[in-house]
Design a protein around this ligand. Structure first.
Ligand code: ATP
Length: 540
């Protein structure tokens, strides 16, 4: 990569529009260096990024939306250039600097960590892929999250392999080479990717194959389109989200385990930093804002300074109107399912809620703190059957202030399925009906009120409510009432001479009611209650 020479550093106001910045740049200029109040070059913008932002129709937005330091460049004044290029209009304000890509000379072999962290049958499946690739002299790499997790010595169940040739052809070649144990499950022509399943000693191992690719975006937040497949590994890495997710590991014999890290991912992983790869990253794909939050909370990493700055700019300037909300849903679900208060709190404090619904009021007193939600979920974890639905409790709390119409709009926007929809609406209904709950006279009424609601909805209401009586009722329902049972069954009623029919249901329900209300405690009490009914019937 070549050096960038910035011939001009102009003390540009951060608010200068992209359009005006473009006017400042001469055709031979590669970048604008931006000085801070101490006349230090605090950030810069490459002219190629200004061009891209202008193609996105962002000409009236301020230059700061793409001002960055976060790519892998060193910035410094280079006196050698000064003589030749000095433009002495206002010497105090003109400097020459160069931006030089940082050399990332890391020679690290991950074989030992790979052997330790990747399950044996997965290793065996990968070995088949390596051997097949070696046979045709094809470089083959493990890439993305799996490499990150090998370095971190954490489990990873998604194995992504990339090659510079057609992934679909390679997958079919694998199937031909190992017909008894390998099967191509799916292929996607648009992205030239393939899903392959290996049967290793009775266990299925799934591997995703992709061709290296360059992606482009037609407008901010649009879905990426593949511009080229079979590009260099480095170009494939640059299309990715963060430095820590953009490393590869060689799977070929001789180089097996060698780390390929063009973008400084290893360093960032060691430092605990989440860093985007170029200043338009969030504008291209705002779902990366949620991904950054997810990884930062999951690994307890910090967002790099300029990544945070660019995230803020993207959210402040609303550069996500074209975003496909289905993608937001998937990332939101993964992030909130971590069940960490920090995710929820940061969605509010860092304005990330704007991606979900800009009308949420982060300062509203109605919205509970993340810590309260996390505590409630952990306390009642045994009542939550499907842990994959935990995210809806947090989401419901974010919606707590909205009216039913707005909740309906949100459900539509996020394209929630029917169970997810019911959970949210149900939580909202509990909160809307809190007055009727407060007027209830008996515990059975409380039972009847909650029995038709999902546990997740009830927990959401518990997190939101500040009313002690409602809290008491919910805790009582979750811990006791919902588990209340009676000894009498349909068989008991038959034995006692009751005529079978719909009345059976009413009688059993009546016994439950008396039990919940504390009028009946034992089996004998139930029998006594039944005799009373029988006597009343005879009397009739
Ligand atoms: P997880 O452990 O959460 O599955 P992962 O890194 O494996 O983490 P995936 O969503 O499976 O995450 O994505 C696999 C890889 O694809 C990532 O490591 C990253 O390199 C790339 N990637 C995923 N989503 C994006 C995105 N929105 N933009 C750019 N690259 C992405």
């Amino acid at each position: 990569m070549s050096k960038y020479l910035i011939k001009k550093i102009i003390q540009i106001d951060n608010n200068l529009s992209l359009k005006d910045c473009q006017k400042i740049l001469f055709s031979e200029d590669c970048a604008l260096g931006i000085l801070d109040e101490n006349r230090e070059v605090s950030s810069y913008v490459l002219s190629e990024h200004i061009d891209r932002a202008l193609r996105f129709d962002l000409q009236n937005l301020p230059i700061r939306i793409i001002a960055t330091k976060c790519t892998n460049y060193n910035i410094g004044v280079d006196n050698n250039f000064r003589e030749d290029y000095f433009i002495a209009q206002s010497p105090k304000e003109v400097e020459y600097i160069v931006i030089t890509p940082k050399e990332q000379e890391v020679f690290i072999n991950l074989k030992a960590k790979y052997k330790k962290n990747i399950k044996t049958h997965v290793q065996k499946a990968i070995e088949f892929c390596s051997k097949a690739a070696d046979k045709i002299d094809l470089p083959i790499y493990l890439i993305g999250g799996a490499v990150r997790d090998i370095i971190l010595e954490k489990d990873n169940f998604d194995i992504d392999i990339t090659i510079q040739e057609s992934a679909i052809n390679f997958a079919q070649y694998l199937q031909k080479t190992y017909p008894d144990i390998c099967m191509v499950k799916d292929t996607y022509d648009d992205f030239n990717t393939a899903k392959v399943a290996f049967n290793i000693e009775g266990e299925e191992v799934h591997i995703d194959f992709a061709s290296t690719r360059i992606e482009g975006y037609a407008f901010p937040a649009s879905l990426p389109v593949v511009k080229e497949t079979g590009c260099s590994l480095k170009e494939d890495m640059i299309r990715r989200d963060f430095t820590v997710n953009s490393m590869a590991m060689s799977l070929n014999e001789g180089t097996f385990g060698n780390l390929i890290d063009y973008l400084g991912g290893y360093d960032d992983l060691k430092k605990g930093i989440i860093k985007i790869l170029h200043p338009l990253s969030f504008i291209d794909d705002p779902t990366r804002i949620l991904r950054a939050l997810k990884f930062s909370v999951r690994f307890d990493y910090a967002l790099d300074e300029f990544t945070l700055h660019l995230q803020k700019e993207c959210l402040q300037n609303g550069l996500f109107d074209g975003l496909c909300t289905e993608r937001i849903k998937s990332e939101l679900k993964q992030t909130l399912n971590l069940n960490k208060a920090d995710c929820y709190d940061r969605i509010l404090s860092e304005d990330i809620y704007k991606l979900i619904y800009p009308k949420i009021d982060p300062k509203s007193q109605t919205l509970p703190q993340g810590q309260i939600i996390e505590q409630i979920i952990n306390k009642h974890t045994s009542h939550i059957k499907n842990k994959d639905l935990v995210w809806l409790i947090y989401l419901g709390c974010l919606f707590a202030d909205l009216d039913s119409e707005e909740v309906g709009m949100l459900i539509k926007k996020l394209n929630l399925n029917s169970v997810e929809t019911k959970i949210l609406i149900s939580g909202n209904t509990i909160l809307k009906n809190k007055d009727s709950l407060l007027q209830m006279q008996t515990l059975f009424e409380v039972y009847e009120f909650f029995e038709c609601h999902f546990t997740e909805s009830i927990l959401m209401a518990l997190a939101v409510t500040k009313d002690e009586t409602i809290t008491y009722y919910i805790e009582k329902y979750l811990n006791e009432l919902q588990f209340e049972t009676i000894n009498t069954t349909g068989k008991t009623l038959l034995e006692k001479g009751f005529h079978p029919g719909p009345e059976f249901g009413y009688i059993l329900r009546d016994i439950l009611k008396e039990k919940i209300n504390g009028n009946i405690q034992s089996k004998e009490d139930e029998d006594m209650f039944l005799s009373t009914i029988q006597q009343a019937n005879y009397a009739d």
